[in-house]
Design a protein around this ligand. Structure first.
Ligand code: ADP
Ligand code: GN1
Ligand code: MG
Length: 366
């Protein structure tokens, strides 16, 4: 752990207003280390300081360049540019990151006050706000035309995930494969179905758009005053891909009645009410932009990305827990089981999810 004085010194490398008075950890994400920075300008937090995981994000400068370009684009279109998207802060040398003596990459952005974030959606109104927020984000970036660097190769590419998976099962680095016959079967029994969908993506059936790629609820800020959605944050995985990745990951997060890592599987499942609320919000912004192929695949996208998440958590468990931060030894296995329960619940409700999307997009005439 980095001590407070060191963190304050790192924050001091950036062009901050005021003198740093405190830096406190914010235990949230699975990949980066996030801190809140206080200054003598305010009682409220002023900045977010992050140590980006450079073992995962191997080109932090390119990642920050993506974030800078896209947020600049968004700022030109919104009413409150300092609240309606992230604002990266540069170092005294004019860089969007600070590379310390130990090889760590640090970044700073403005803290957006008067907001709150969630790890689970507990009301349908929150889910509807989430859908509106992702729709608004996709709308804001829809005319961003500059190329974006691929920060994580193969991120939502199932063919790539299966190549990692096959290598992990073969290597069996942590010696856990023999005890995971049932769980491995969950992945294998759906491999062909998932590859068929992946082939559709590869064939270009869905348009390539600017996407967030990590749309779980904790990566959005909501206004504390009225619960309305403010903006998308955690823009590390901004890339070009199909919006189905974003909608699918959001459905995985917002519709789950339990936690992502719930140990009580009775609590886990897809709430159809939350699905309706999320998709209703999203489509109210994006219905006229999406192609028929995208609309037809919207409901399945939740299954696709939830399956990918089961695979990724299980693969990390097989690998000996090297990717995601874990809070206890079996954490990745618990996550795998909880996400699998959610997957089964989504599979059982696919027909009615599809019917609901149809009812919103092709209303029958009276
Ligand atoms: P990670 O990459 O570790 O997931 P995030 O960027 O998602 O980190 O940030 C973790 C949490 O910190 C968010 O869920 C949110 O609560 C808070 N947060 C992040 N950025 C800001 C910001 N600019 N203003 C206010 N809160 C923020
Ligand atoms: C990670 O960084 P964070 O915690 O927002 C992961 C996502 C997973 C998510 C599961 C770069 O997101 O892909 O869906 O955990 N991010 C990366 O909660 O791998
Ligand atoms: Mg996050």
């Amino acid at each position: 752990m980095v001590d407070n004085a060191k963190l304050a010194a790192i924050a001091g490398k950036f062009c901050l207003e005021g003198k740093v008075t405190d830096v406190c950890p914010l235990g949230e994400g699975f990949i980066n280390d996030t801190f809140v920075v206080y200054t003598d300008n305010s009682q409220e937090p002023s900045y977010i300081l992050q140590r980006k995981n450079h073992l995962i994000f191997t080109d932090v400068p390119a990642m920050m360049e993506n974030i800078f370009k896209v947020t600049e684009h968004i700022k030109k279109k919104v009413s409150d540019p300092l609240r309606d998207t992230l604002t990266p802060v540069r170092t005294a040398e004019g860089k969007l990151y600070h590379n310390d003596a130990d090889g760590n990459f640090w970044t700073v952005c403005l803290f957006i006050g008067g907001t709150r974030s969630y790890s689970v959606a507990d009301t349908e109104e929150l889910a509807r706000q989430g859908g509106l927020g992702l729709g608004e984000f996709h709308r804001l970036v829809s005319d961003f035309t500059e190329p974006l660097t691929v920060v994580l190769k193969g991120f939502h590419d199932m063919r790539f995930r299966f190549s990692q998976w096959d290598a992990a099962v073969k290597a069996d680095k942590a010696g856990r494969v023999a005890s995971l016959k049932e769980e491995i079967g969950w992945i294998e029994s759906r491999r062909q179905l998932m590859m068929e969908f992946c082939e559709k993506i590869e064939k270009g059936i869905f348009p390539v758009r600017v996407t967030h790629n990590d749309t779980k609820i904790s990566n959005f800020l909501f206004n504390a005053s009225d619960g309305s959605l403010l903006c998308a944050i955690d823009l590390d995985t901004l890339m070009s891909s199909t919006i189905l990745n974003d909608v699918g990951d959001a459905l995985r997060s917002y519709t789950n009645t339990g936690a992502e890592d719930d140990t009580d599987l009775d609590k886990v499942g897809m709430s159809f009410g939350m699905f309706k609320a999320y998709i209703g919000g999203y489509l109210s912004k994006m219905k006229d932009t999406l192609t028929g192929a995208e609309l037809d695949a919207l409901a399945f996208s939740g299954i696709y990305i939830t399956y990918e998440q089961v695979l990724r958590f299980l693969m990390d468990y097989i690998d000996g827990d090297t990717y995601y931060k874990i809070a206890y030894p079996e954490h990745n296995l618990v996550r795998t089981r909880a996400q699998f329960k959610l997957l089964c619940s989504m599979e059982a409700q696919l027909d009615r999810m599809n019917a609901y999307v149809k009812s919103l997009t092709c209303p029958t005439l009276p």
